[in-house]
Write a protein that binds this ligand. Structure first.
Ligand code: 2M8
Length: 450
């Protein structure tokens, strides 16, 4: 049992509370990431949401992903935001108009308005979870899940193909991102060096609405960071979202190890989905080749001094040597030999991460407190993110590290029981930060509790 302040849910009340968050954030057939800060559909949030919903309501889980995939670009790209035309005006910026995706690119879908970027491909993990949870259902439930897999396998395959080709013309096994927003870890110090090299030109004027939805603007990226984010957006528009043009001219091209590792794990899930739906043998062989190449690419980015994996700036060839949770990429991609697994566990248990004795709970801060770019309250610069805990928990289980996995699960769920489903938490005090009622926080709790 857990000691809890009055009125807060206990460990075992987390499940119905989490389901309630997802219900309240529901919009038509999909779910917004948070009640007011994020009023549209986000790509990897939706994947995590579907993963959680698979334990509650498979119809809603499949609807979530159907809504997202119906906005897939002709190139295979799954956009990072699908805009809700009915969201309150002036609630999120940059909006559909600023992106102007289908005004600029013939590859954009003609119906829904989307951003021009993408986010880590967690989707196949969610689709596999939908298949797994359907096994407890009656024949009709299993059949409905099989139909869903059959309908969505080609979408997943073309999504992964896009990432392995357009986003990896070097065939390095690593995905190139065009913007920190693509990483999902927006203001992480991982991006400080490449962002600092960008010379910003004239940015059309804009108003930030995000800071109005949090208790304190310091939880969010700074205005300087936003200027860079918005300048990169203008550069992408100038290239009309054409991959080759972007690759030839864009000032931010980075090999993201976390994104790449998630792709490897997602490709493993895709192989299993492919087996269920009877995918063509050439495609299955291709997915196996992507998995191998991905793991080799990550090994290339291993930094023995940091005992972590690090990103690489494509434009300078330089490794971005910053200690963040993204450094656990090899653990997430899986298939580690004993030595590398030991390395990863050593770093996870160290004072840089979960073993830091000054932490509120032994949960890894998003950035090591020893990093100069660390900030305990600022977004991806230090706070503990439940969704990152999920990635590590799931990877540890997969690696057979059940004790460490159990500890991450226990402390994550206790944090949520104590303080609710916040977007992120101050690592030394456990104070909830960012948005409250964050959907993916609730979703990962449902998955951990199942
Ligand atoms: C955050 O990113 C958005 C931009 O995409 C923002 O700050 O406005 C990130 O935490 C990202 O990973 C997440 O998908 C999104 C919605 O939860 O919020």
């Amino acid at each position: 049992t857990v000691s809890k302040p009055p009125g807060r849910p206990g460990f075992h009340d987390v499940n119905p509370q989490a389901a309630g968050v997802l219900q309240r954030n529901g919009v038509k057939s999909w779910t917004k990431p948070a009640p007011s800060l994020y009023p549209h559909q986000w790509s990897w949030d939706s994947a995590f949401i579907a993963l959680g919903l698979a334990h509650v309501d498979n119809r809603r889980a499949t609807g979530e992903l159907e809504a997202l995939f119906s906005a897939q670009w002709k190139t295979g790209k799954v956009p990072h935001i699908v805009f809700d035309p009915e969201a309150p005006p002036k609630s999120y910026f940059p909006d559909a108009e600023r992106w102007n995706s289908n005004g600029l690119s013939e590859h954009a879908p003609t119906g829904p308005h989307t951003s021009g970027l993408c986010q880590p491909p967690v989707h196949a993990l969610a689709v596999r979870r939908i298949w797994e949870t359907a096994q407890d259902k009656d024949e009709r439930g299993v059949e409905a899940a099989r139909e869903f897999l059959t309908g969505n396998y080609p979408r997943l395959y073309s999504w992964h193909r896009y990432l392995s080709t357009a986003r990896d013309p070097e065939r390095s096994g690593l995905v190139t991102i065009y913007h920190p927003w693509e990483s999902g870890t927006d203001n992480s110090p991982r991006w400080d060096a490449p962002l600092s090299r960008i010379a910003i030109g004239d940015i059309p004027s804009y108003t930030r609405y995000d800071v109005q939805h949090v208790a304190d603007a310091s939880h969010r990226p700074t205005d300087e960071e936003y200027d860079r984010f918005l300048w990169l957006l203008e550069m992408l528009k100038k290239a009309r979202y054409e991959e080759m043009d972007i690759y030839g001219s864009h000032p931010f091209l980075v090999k993201d190890v976390l994104f790449s590792a998630i792709l490897v794990a997602a490709n493993e899930a895709l192989l299993e989905i492919g087996a269920v739906v009877g995918a063509p043998a050439e495609e299955r062989a291709q997915v196996e080749a992507w998995i191998e190449r991905g793991r080799e690419g990550l090994e290339e980015q291993w930094d023995p001094a940091l005992n972590l994996c690090v990103d690489r700036d494509v434009l300078t060839g330089e490794s971005l040597r910053v200690r963040t949770v993204a450094g656990f990429a090899p653990l997430i991609s899986g298939g580690l030999d004993e030595r590398r697994l030991k390395d990863m566990l050593l770093t996870l248990d160290s004072e840089d991460f979960a073993g830091n004795p000054t932490l509120h709970r032994p949960l890894p801060p998003s950035t090591s407190p020893d990093e100069p770019g660390f900030h305990p309250r600022s977004y991806w610069r230090g706070p503990v993110w439940p969704v990152a805990n999920w990635l590590l928990w799931w990877s540890l289980l997969r690696a057979g590290e059940s004790e460490r996995a159990a500890s991450l699960r226990h402390h994550t769920l206790e944090e949520l029981a104590e303080s609710g489903f916040a977007e992120y938490f101050e690592p030394f005090t456990g104070e909830p930060l960012g948005s409250g009622e964050q959907s993916w926080t609730a979703a990962i709790a449902l998955d951990m509790l199942a």
